[in-house]
Design a protein around this ligand. Structure first.
Ligand code: SF4
Length: 278
């Protein structure tokens, strides 16, 4: 029997990344809405603190880019991140339009009926059509190669180009889109990904192939990942009998550690379920 997605389901970078990392996790999380009480990482206090820092810094950035200066002194939990931002803000941010916490969703023809969604920490663009997507990171900085592989790096510029006719009134050439990651825990270091037409086509194919793979699966056919690194911070470890893969919160491999924003998204979705344990 073919799978059935929940009504109005929209694929985000997190859900697509879940499927790419482990089809079983996608099935448990989105098709079965399965709660399971393995901690994402221990000690919980460290994880909770990091999530709280990320959440509060994102709220501060949202207000800042709306033109609201934070009252000094700022929240002590994120004072260091704020100081880093003040000392090393991202350069060359387009000025005409700056939209923090901007969401869009599209149903491109190549996705064959699937809805795709992205939520940008900051979308800035000028009237000449230069667009910059900024993503604030408060987790450990992964390698550029790992960032390049992440579906966030694929989906964010891809969906902006797809949405551009409605958003800007005219198609935005991929060459005018840039994606910038800003790392608060690394002195405001950045990684910039300039988009282009070849990458746009390749990204359509990559996401289209992922969606096709998912649609081709039968309901009882979602394999567990063969890469145990994905199990280390997965709340389904006990269910999958992969408890031995559990890891502490100490980040010994930033390339394998899940993005804090993705963790927040997972936790927020699960918070609606009474029996979820962080
Ligand atoms: S514990 Fe491992 S195999 Fe099980 S859902 Fe999580 S990532 Fe997949």
């Amino acid at each position: 029997m073919p799978i059935e997605l929940p009504p109005a389901f929209a694929f985000s970078q997190t859900s697509l990344q879940d499927f790419a990392d482990c089809p079983r996790r996608f099935q448990l999380r989105y098709l079965l809405a399965q709660s399971y009480p393995s901690p994402l990482a221990e000690p919980l206090a460290d994880l909770e603190r990091s999530l709280a820092r990320g959440e509060r810094f994102h709220r501060l950035m949202e207000r800042y880019w709306r033109g609201i200066q934070p009252a000094e002194p700022v929240d002590p939990l994120i004072a260091d991140l704020w100081a880093t931002f003040r000392a090393n803000p991202p350069a060359d941010v387009p000025q005409a339009f700056r939209r923090p916490e901007f969401s869009l969703s599209v149903k491109p023809a190549w996705a064959r009926g699937a809805r795709l969604t992205a939520k940008y920490d900051l979308l800035a663009y000028d009237l000449d059509g230069e667009a910059l997507i900024i993503d604030w990171k408060t987790s450990e900085r992964p390698s550029r190669a790992a960032l390049e592989r992440r579906l966030q790096t694929v989906l964010y510029p891809l969906l902006l180009v797809e949405a551009s006719p409605r958003l800007f009134g005219a198609p935005l050439p991929p060459e005018r889109v840039r994606l910038l990651y800003w790392f608060g825990e690394s002195d405001g270091a950045t990684e910039l990904f300039a988009y282009n037409s070849a990458r746009y086509v390749a990204d359509q194919e990559r996401v289209g192939a992922l969606l096709a793979r998912l649609r081709a699966l039968e309901v009882d056919e979602f394999p567990l990942t063969a890469d145990l690194r994905h199990c280390r911070h997965c709340q389904y470890r006990a269910l999958c009998e992969r408890e031995e893969a559990a890891s502490t919160f100490e980040v010994d491999d930033p390339d394998a550690f899940p993005d804090l924003e993705e963790l927040r998204e997972v936790i927020a979705a699960a918070a609606a379920q009474d029996d979820f344990v962080l």
